[in-house]
Design a protein around this ligand. Structure first.
Ligand SMILES: Nc1nc2c(c(=O)[nH]1)N[C@H]1C(S)=C(S)[C@@H](COP(=O)(O)OP(=O)(O)OC[C@H]3O[C@@H](n4cnc5c(=O)[nH]c(N)nc54)[C@H](O)[C@@H]3O)O[C@H]1N2
Ligand SMILES: Nc1nc2c(c(=O)[nH]1)N[C@H]1C(S)=C(S)[C@@H](COP(=O)(O)OP(=O)(O)OC[C@H]3O[C@@H](n4cnc5c(=O)[nH]c(N)nc54)[C@H](O)[C@@H]3O)O[C@H]1N2
Ligand code: SF4
Ligand SMILES: [Mo]
Length: 746
């Protein structure tokens, strides 16, 4: 018998509503949920592939313990026993810093991980915390923290109401959007143009998004900060600045004007590859549009000037009066609250970095984590504090982080490694124990992280749709149990008691902050008592959040029960102006010229003066609609057809190197080399080659039957761990100098 259920897709940031047809546990059909308040029926091929992901025979279903060169299935008791024993011994002998933790991207799409990873990290009490954030959005979180006072106070373009969108380093037609939660970006961008608005895309590649835009500016990689500096220069030089509604809350305008003064369009044009007249015009168009937004994403973050570029995106938004106005760049107000909702409106402690530093290179911590470009050296370098053990949680750093071959080797030297993961892949093949997650459909879902970045204020909860089978463990319990083990509670941690302890702490904090409608901790706990795990915490967050029922004080307000009664989600409305209430800087102002950014401008100036080496070729990445970082290549429906892991080479460069379409090409950087087929295409600008990341599945021991047949090559073998953005520690993954050669079979 078929039942129909609704669920938010957890695979990317778009949060599409899915209509699932279920036969028992089996998904027989996936469709877009036409009644979903946010996605209105949109979905992409990955959403449909969910049914294959749930069935994939290569998925790890029971704990695995290394057994010589292979693996054997084990009970949870045995696995946790081994972990407690080995991690206990290593930490006792070498200290807490000997254990590193790496959190991967799916943690941000997983309610249980969002709630309980922090318990685990606290218990680990280690300097060595790493995540995918420093190969991704850390520059934006740093610039937003400095300007607005909190890591997730990131303005998002009000796509549905804007008249003009300047988009840099993003390709939402493939990625479906990032740091901008908006299902159906293709539809929304087409609607923008349909109502007479303009879309300008800045990207070294002519992407699908660029193809669909009014204008494409094929910028030279890594020069966005220069381009944006020149836009700022024109805004001031031509008297176009108008801070609009936030004017009374902006500090540092004169400093910005002064630092931009020598970055004239004429000076930056040859470096950026965008002519001066165009830069002038773009500045005038931004200032002249009724409402405009500038949006930068991963192409602007994973480069040498990631934080400067991220900062300047918002400098332009502020200087054109577009910050915090409908149709401009606005702040979401998520139903579960957050750092810019809690505390005193309009003022806060701001952000501080570098409270700790990495042992080997001395790189500072950002928001409690170290740059992942440091991980390999922390494992390799002997001495006190050397990393000897690692826990990875839904991450594949061997595929995703720089100097991949070196990290791969380093992982092989660890004394002990635990991976919480659903596959044996390039990274987890090094683990001593792999702890699998339960099937997606057996857990509840709520996008705790992504709604902070949504272009409308929405809330949508998806309940578990199937029961756990014997031997399956909810991932939140695995994480909590690891936390308990790290806190010294031994292998048979009482997970329920630990959960109780965690929730009590959160309840007490809510009571202290006065968000429980005057109810005492005891009363609140009683109200929450019918739930446990992540759902109990979610209910607390919703009820104490900005639209919450405050446990009765705000009748008709949100609670988890209300969301359960609305399976297609609740739309609280379009974004509303939030300045000054959203700010958490110590000054209570938007810091337009943070000292860290201003100081880094001299580096940008030096870069501007450096000539572009003759005949230079640089590498950039790209995303394909049918892939999801490194981990969905084991689904035949997504990888069949023409190979996707190819190097795009412009015809001019191909001609110079004697490369023809389909030829095997050796791409070499100072970090390493890979071989893959060429696709000769004028979609990349001359001097730029493009290789997607997340491939290279042909490593020994990997258990990815399908992916190994479409292995591709690991582009991060080419990325260098000594190249990073100094303001955020974020890796440089774009703009890497490379050489090309035809690969001659040996
Ligand atoms: N060159 C280059 N490198 C890049 C990028 C780029 O653009 N260019 N992009 C970067 C970006 S933006 C990111 S976010 C990172 C991603 O970096 P990572 O997060 O390290 O890598 P993923 O490929 O997302 O790996 C996700 C892992 O989670 C596992 N997994 C999937 N679902 C679950 C689950 O429910 N539970 C558990 N426990 N595990 C699960 C998968 O099997 C896989 O091992 O890559 C970065 N690397
Ligand atoms: N299909 C699919 N969707 C995904 C993912 C996936 O792997 N596959 N990953 C998800 C994740 S974790 C993330 S973070 C998001 C990322 O979402 P997006 O930021 O939209 O990512 P990309 O599609 O890689 O687009 C980045 C663009 O930046 C361009 N670029 C490279 N270097 C530069 C530069 O120096 N300047 C400028 N202006 N542009 C540059 C690249 O050519 C590329 O087109 O996507 C998410 N969605
Ligand atoms: S766009 Fe993202 S959220 Fe929507 S169906 Fe595709 S993978 Fe899922
Ligand atoms: Mo990402």
């Amino acid at each position: 018998m078929t039942t129909i259920a609704y669920r938010t897709c957890h695979l990317c940031e778009a949060t599409c509503g899915l209509e699932l047809h279920l036969d028992g546990r089996d998904i027989t059909l996936v469709r877009g949920d036409r009644d979903d308040v946010f996605s209105r029926g949109y979905l992409c091929p990955k959403g449909t592939a969910l049914k294959h992901l749930e069935r994939d025979p290569d998925r790890v279903r029971a704990p695995l313990i290394r057994d010589g060169a292979g693996w054997r299935e084990a009970t949870w008791e045995e696995a946790f026993g081994l972990i407690a024993h080995r991690l206990g011994a290593i930490r006792a002998a070498h200290g807490n810093d000997a254990l590193a933790v790496y959190l991967g991207n799916p943690s941000a799409h997983n309610l249980g991980a969002m709630v309980y990873n922090r318990v685990l990290l606290q218990a680990a009490h280690t300097n060595n915390v790493y995540s995918a954030s420093t190969v991704d959005q850390m520059p934006k979180q740093v610039s937003a923290g400095l300007m607005f006072g909190a890591a997730l106070t990131v303005p998002v373009p009000d796509v549905d109401r804007t008249d003009y969108l300047l988009m840099l380093g993003a390709n939402p037609f493939a990625s479906n959007g990032s740091l901008m939660t908006a299902p159906d970006m293709p539809g929304r961008l087409r609607a923008l143009r349909g109502r007479g608005g303009k879309l300008v895309v800045v990207d070294p590649r002519r992407t699908k998004t660029a193809d669909e835009a009014d204008e494409h500016l094929a910028i030279r990689p890594g020069t966005d900060a220069l381009f944006l500096m020149a836009v700022v220069n024109v805004l001031f030089a031509d008297g176009l600045t108008d801070l609009g509604t936030v004017a009374a809350y902006v500090a540092g305008v004169d400093t910005v004007r002064d630092v931009a003064v020598d970055f004239t369009p004429e000076r930056v044009a040859p470096r950026c590859g965008i002519d001066a007249a165009t830069i002038h015009r773009i500045a005038h168009e931004l200032a002249g549009a009724p409402a405009a937004a500038v949006y930068g994403r991963i192409g602007t973050c994973t480069q040498e000037f990631g934080t400067l570029a991220s900062w300047l995106v918002d400098v332009v938004n502020v200087c054109t009066g577009n910050l915090d106005r409908p149709g401009g760049a606005m702040f979401a107000k998520p139903a579960t609250g957050g750092a810019n909702i809690a505390g005193t409106p309009g003022k806060g402690r701001g952000v501080r970095f570098g409270r700790r530093r990495s042992r080997v290179r001395g790189l500072p911590e950002y928001y409690g984590e170290l740059p992942v470009v440091c991980l390999a050296e922390e494992i390799e370098t002997a001495g006190e504090g050397q990393v000897r053990a690692l826990i990875t949680i839904s991450g594949n750093p061997v595929a995703s982080t720089p100097d991949a071959e070196r990290l791969d080797r380093a992982l092989g030297t660890l004394d002990f490694m635990v991976s919480v993961d659903i596959y044996v892949n390039e990274t987890t093949r090094h683990a001593d124990v792999i702890l699998p997650a339960e099937p997606e459909l057996a857990r509840g879902h709520y996008d705790l992280a992504l709604y902070s970045l949504a272009i409308r204020n929405v809330a949508n909860y998806s309940p578990p749709l199937v029961e756990l089978r014997p031997g399956e463990m909810p991932e939140w319990q695995t994480l909590l149990r690891l936390g308990g083990i790290l806190a010294g509670q031994g292998a048979d941690v009482d997970v329920d008691a630990l959960d109780e302890f965690v929730v009590n702490g959160l309840v007490e904090r809510a009571v202290k902050h006065g968000t429980t409608g005057g109810r005492t901790a005891e009363e609140v706990s009683k109200e929450l008592a019918s739930r446990r795990g992540p759902e109990r915490v979610l209910d607390l967050m919703l009820r104490t959040g900005p639209y919450g029922d405050a446990f009765g004080a705000n009748p008709g307000g949100l609670s988890l029960a209300v969301l359960e009664a609305n399976p297609h989600g609740l739309d609280v409305g379009p974004l509303e102006p939030r300045v000054p209430e959203v700010l958490r800087t110590p000054s209570g102002m938007i810091e337009l010229a943070p000292a860290e950014c201003v100081a880094d401008v001299s580096r940008l100036r030096a870069f501007l003066d450096r000539p572009v080496p003759e005949g230079e070729l640089v590498l950039v990445g790209r995303r394909d609609l049918r892939s999801n970082n490194s981990w969905m290549h084991n689904l035949d429906v997504l990888v069949k057809g023409r190979p996707r892991c190819t190097v795009h080479v412009h015809p001019e460069d191909a001609g110079r190197h004697g490369i023809v379409d389909g030829a095997e090409v050796r791409v070499r950087s100072s970090a390493g080399e890979i071989v893959l087929p060429a696709e000769v295409t004028d979609a990349v600008r001359p001097g730029v080659v493009s290789v997607p990341h997340g491939w290279g599945h042909d490593r020994p021991g990997v258990r990815l039957g399908v992916a190994a047949r479409h292995a591709g090559a690991n582009s991060n073998v080419l990325a260098r761990s000594d190249l990073f953005d100094p303001l955020s520690g974020n890796a440089v993954l774009n703009g890497i100098p490379v050489e090309l050669a035809l690969s001659v079979p040996e």
